[in-house]
Design a protein around this ligand. Structure first.
Ligand SMILES: NC(=O)C1=CN([C@@H]2O[C@H](COP(=O)(O)OP(=O)(O)OC[C@H]3O[C@@H](n4cnc5c(N)ncnc54)[C@H](OP(=O)(O)O)[C@@H]3O)[C@@H](O)[C@H]2O)[C@@H](O)CC1
Ligand SMILES: [K+]
Length: 516
């Protein structure tokens, strides 16, 4: 499913109205009806509702909702927030229809206390004040109404398209937005539903069709962002081939393992095996070999000569060694060590297969951005920063990363010619060609040490299995998020996450794919 900006949504709407000849008020009627369908799905028996309608087309949807809820026997209090002279022509049509059926309250003319009393007494609030047309600093009277509802209202709140105060493109909230239980949006989700802080206000998101031309219908109407959708890649998750041998599903190399962080490289290795790779090798400095060998069973270990540091004279040896692997992950528990810059340079230059850089490999890159020039353009590189690592890579604050997640992920993808996986609630995957994919799976269980190592291992495994890079990354991020949903958010250990890989993978496999 595509993810759109307000402008892309307007383009789809105007194509539908101007090219296909479907009047805007028909779309508005469908929009309002679709919202009512969702409301009555949640509340099959008539309730008392306050509908708050603005003067733009979002308000127009609100008038349609008020009319249909009244037809269905609901007790409707309809409030116009703003001046009736400002109503758009489509909104005006439905405002007049409501005038025939209901007495419309005008917030301009009535006291705040009167509105508050109605809001206190209702079971349901419908927020049709502002939608994708909102931008900038939220003005009065919306600010006061929103603040009051957030603090006092106990009713169930539906937002039409966007919660009032959440900006559609960047998810900005200046200074407040309405905290709702459900948001019903039209045709496509908007970026603001998935970006912080806006995403925290949306509650459950439901996307409904209202007759607007679907995104992607023509090239001109094709956005470059999507939600991570298993239908785009589940064809790569077929059953295991009957005649497979251990090389069939790729050989992953995981480079990491400084003293004290050997667990990270071991977890990444275990995740790679669980995701299906036939061979996994872990590599650590020689001084850590024994300690790692005591920790792992199934993984092979290859250690480079050196005592917690990299010796330039072994560069040639590394070059030969790196050719053996189908995908390389560098970073889990890597630590910092003398010779690290040369080490990363050798890896970037020598590994011709897909390369995932994580953890301290990213920190080294952040301090030495010139290193990326040693990576050939045709060798896929994947960077997996969390917001702190991203901040270091771009030399901005973590707060700025969180505020501009979609933009900064793309910036780093362009700068480094790499695929960037910016981790967090709604992980964003940005590709160097400008495409972006937003992942919706995940849970707070993943906010724990080890979670990133597991993700790296899963990505490495899928890349080694020669699944196309774009798909491999989307599969990995999606499955990793699903693992978090399967376990207890507080107590889960990395093993609990790994235990669910098989069942989630099976659920995602397309039916009738026995392998061959
Ligand atoms: N797209 C579609 O396909 C379809 C869209 N539909 C619906 O239309 C909605 C979009 O309608 P829209 O374009 O009229 O904008 P909308 O959200 O009502 O906001 C405009 C109002 O916001 C106000 N305003 C702005 N900034 C503000 C601020 N900082 N603080 C305070 N106020 C501010 C602005 O006031 P002004 O700046 O003009 O004084 C104006 O009054 C969309 O979300 C969906 O629900 C469906 O009906 C059918 C198909
Ligand atoms: K709204």
């Amino acid at each position: 499913m595509y993810l759109v900006t307000a402008q892309e949504m307007r383009d789809l709407e105007s194509y539908t109205i101007n090219q296909l000849g479907i009047p805007g008020h028909v779309l508005m009627e469908s929009a309002g009806r679709a919202v009512v369908d969702q409301i009555v799905k949640r509340f099959p028996n008539p309730k008392r509702v306050v509908v708050l309608a603005g003067t733009g087309n979002n308000g127009g949807d609100g008038f349609v909702v008020a009319r249909w809820l009244a037809f269905r026997g609901w007790e409707v209090d309809l409030w116009l927030i703003g001046s009736a002279v400002k109503l758009t022509s489509d909104a005006k049509l439905y405002y007049h229809a409501c005038e025939q059926l209901l007495s419309i309250h005008h917030a301009e003319k009535e006291s705040e206390a009167s509105l508050q009393a109605h809001l206190m007494m209702c079971d349901v609030i419908v927020d049709a004040m502002l939608g994708i047309g909102y931008s900038g600093m939220l003005r009065e009277p919306f600010t006061s109404i929103v603040q009051w509802i957030n603090q006092h209202a106990e009713s169930y709140i539906f937002a039409v398209d966007m919660p009032t105060g959440v900006e559609a493109d960047k998810g900005h909230v200046f200074p407040v937005a309405l905290r709702v239980d459900e948001t019903i949006t039209f045709n496509c989700p908007k970026w603001g539903h998935y970006l912080l802080p806006g995403s925290k206000y949306c509650g459950k998101l439901k996307v409904v069709d209202i007759g607007i031309t679907p995104a992607g219908h023509t090239k001109a109407l094709t956005p470059n962002a999507r939600l991570n959708d298993p239908n785009d890649w589940n064809m790569y998750l077929g059953g295991r081939k009957q005649w497979a041998h251990k090389g069939t599903y790729g050989h992953v190399l995981i480079i990491g393992g400084a003293k004290g962080t050997l667990g990270a490289v071991a977890m990444a290795g275990e995740a790679a095996y669980r995701m299906g790779s036939g061979l996994v090798t872990l590599t650590v400095p020689e001084s850590q070999h024994e300690a790692l060998a005591a920790k792992v069973t199934q993984e092979m270990i290859w250690s480079w000569p050196g005592k917690d540091h990299f010796l330039p004279e072994i560069a040639e040896e590394l070059k030969t060694a790196f050719q053996r692997y189908d995908a390389v992950v560098c970073g889990p528990g890597l630590g910092r060590f003398p010779g690290e810059v040369r080490f990363i340079k050798e890896i970037l230059q020598t590994v011709k297969r897909p390369l995932v850089l994580d953890a301290d490999a990213l920190n080294i890159l952040a301090e030495h951005p010139h290193l990326m020039q040693f990576r050939a353009n045709d060798c896929p590189t994947i960077l997996t920063p969390h917001p702190g690592e991203m901040a270091r890579l771009l030399r901005i604050t973590t707060e700025e990363v969180e505020r501009k997640r979609a933009a900064v992920a793309l910036q780093l993808a362009y700068q480094t010619r790499s695929v960037v996986i910016l981790k967090g609630r709604y992980t964003i995957i940005a590709f160097p060609d400008g495409k972006r994919v937003v992942n919706t799976t995940g849970s707070p269980a993943l906010a724990k040490a080890g979670s990133g190592d597991i993700l790296s291992g899963i990505i490495g495994s899928l890349l080694a299995q020669e699944i196309p890079v774009e798909s491999a990354i989307q599969i990995a991020v999606y499955i990793h998020g699903r693992l978090g949903e399967e376990v207890d958010a507080h107590s889960a250990l990395y093993r609990d996450l790994l235990d669910h890989i098989a069942s989630i993978r099976q659920l995602l496999e397309p039916t009738n794919s026995p392998g061959n």
